[in-house]
Design a protein around this ligand. Structure first.
Ligand code: FES
Length: 109
C-alpha cells in the first residue's frame, strides 16, 4: 500500500495549498496532480526544462540528497531568481520524513 503524507505548497502570492502526497512521488508530480499551476514541468521530469523550480527551507533541504551536477547546470536556466535553496522539484522524491513540510514556489517558471 502506498503511504501518503501531507505537503504544503506556499505560492508566490503568499497563499498555501495543502495536499496529500504519495511517498515515492516527486514534489513536481504531486504539484501537477493537485493543479498547482506554479509548477509547470514542461519536460515531465526528464531534467531538461527547469520549469519545476521550487525553493526549500533549510530543514526540508537537509532531508534530500544535494543536487547533482546536471541539476545544478539546469538551475542556471530558471526563470525566477535562483537562490541558495533553489531545487528542481522533479528530482525531489518524497519520503515519510517529508510529512508536513512546506515547499515554496517561485513567481514564474
Ligand atoms: S520537470 Fe523538467 S526539469 Fe523538472
Amino acid at each position: 500500500m502506498t503511504q501518503e503524507i501531507v505537503l504544503h505548497y506556499q505560492l508566490s502570492d503568499g497563499t498555501t495549498r495543502t495536499v496529500d502526497a504519495k511517498v515515492g512521488s516527486s514534489i513536481m508530480e504531486t504539484a501537477i496532480q493537485n493543479d498547482i499551476d506554479e509548477v509547470v514541468a514542461e519536460c515531465g521530469g526528464s531534467l531538461i526544462c527547469a520549469t519545476c523550480h521550487v525553493y526549500l527551507d533549510d530543514a526540508v533541504a537537509a532531508l534530500f540528497e544535494p543536487a547533482d551536477d546536471i541539476e545544478i547546470d539546469m538551475l542556471e536556466g530558471v526563470a525566477a531568481e535562483r537562490r541558495e535553496n533553489s531545487r528542481l522539484s522533479c528530482q525531489l522524491i518524497l519520503k515519510p520524513e517529508h510529512d508536513g513540510h512546506t515547499i515554496h514556489t517561485p513567481e514564474r517558471q
